[in-house]
Design a protein around this ligand. Structure first.
Ligand code: ZN
Length: 296
């Protein structure tokens, strides 16, 4: 079977046709989103990309999976919690089905990440028997997605997996979501950089902060803050869902120490004496969004 997927991002729209048996990428294209030209233009760009894929492949989709930032509210059908502002409050799902004339399955990008790693990323390589997979995104924000038996769990509110806006510690301060001390405000990259700046008066990127920690006491303090709160935040996922696998994606997720000292910190905080959860590095990189969309 051929799987069609579209990753609708803030700056680019990417499309792929996958072979579901061989997991081979048959065709792949990307075009700019041009969100500044408005919502109807973004819809037209999606249609344009589907047309390009049809022309180059000679194939036609019977249905299509589309990954977006934010999530579709199950009761209103409108997109919400989306950092691409031109999509918020719009009936993106219904409009895309109308414009493309085929059934569309939509999910947010963190869910697509979790699904892609489950179907064709690190999970089949390392934990092929896993039934419950939690995909974590730790980058400029913190998000996640839950996959059970190969299916995304969207939830009654369409916010399944959104652990980034659980309360973690008041020192994180106000969050864009309107609450205070969310996981995101403590361990997302920009917030760790802000913490370092507040303590040191110096502006430094997170990678440099981590690298400087042996010679810079504030960098060491920032690193310890990440390790401690990473363990605490991940332990809430394990205590609640106890997944077989957690995949750690996003820029902050690239920090190797999360798999050593970070893992020890997780073990200190979970409600068990041992931790059998496989905590894995993702395999698919930036491609996870569009591959996950195809698997919708
Ligand atoms: Zn929040």
């Amino acid at each position: 079977m051929k799987l069609w997927g579209i990753d609708l991002g803030g700056t680019k729209i990417e499309g792929v046709i996958l072979d579901s048996e061989t997991k081979e990428v048959l065709y792949r294209e990307r075009i700019p989103t041009e969100g500044a030209k408005g919502y109807p233009h973004v819809l037209n760009q999606v249609q344009k990309l589907v047309n390009i894929l049809q022309d180059t492949s000679g194939l036609s989709p019977e249905k299509i999976g589309i990954g977006t930032p934010g999530s579709t509210d199950p009761s209103s059908g409108l997109l919400k919690n989306c950092n691409s502002v031109h999509l918020n409050g719009q009936p993106v799902h219904a409009d895309l089905q109308k414009i493309l004339g085929i059934p569309v399955n939509m999910a947010n990008d963190a869910n697509c990440f979790a699904l892609a790693e489950t179907q064709m990323g690190c999970v089949p390589d390392t934990a092929p028997d896993a039934q419950v997979v939690f995909g974590v995104i730790m980058g400029s924000g913190v998000g996640g997605g839950l996959v059970v038996n190969g299916q995304i769990i969207n939830g009654a509110n369409g916010i399944g997996g959104e652990w980034g806006h659980n309360f973690l510690h008041k020192s994180g301060g106000p969050c864009y979501c309107g609450k205070t001390g969310c996981v995101e405000t403590v361990i997302a990259g920009p917030h760790l950089e802000r913490y370092y700046y507040e303590q040191s008066g110096k502006k430094l990127g997170l990678a440099d902060i981590i690298q400087n920690r042996s010679s810079d006491p504030v960098a060491e303090q920032t690193y310890n803050r990440l390790i401690q709160y990473y363990g605490q935040a991940i332990s809430t996922i394990i205590n609640m869902i106890d997944p077989d696998v957690i995949v750690i994606g996003g820029g902050v997720g690239n920090i190797d120490a999360l798999y050593t000292e970070g893992l020890e910190s997780v073990k200190r905080h979970i409600f068990n004496t041992e931790c059998h959860t496989k905590i894995l590095k993702p395999k698919l990189g930036d491609s996870a969004g569009v591959f996950g969309a195809a698997y919708l």
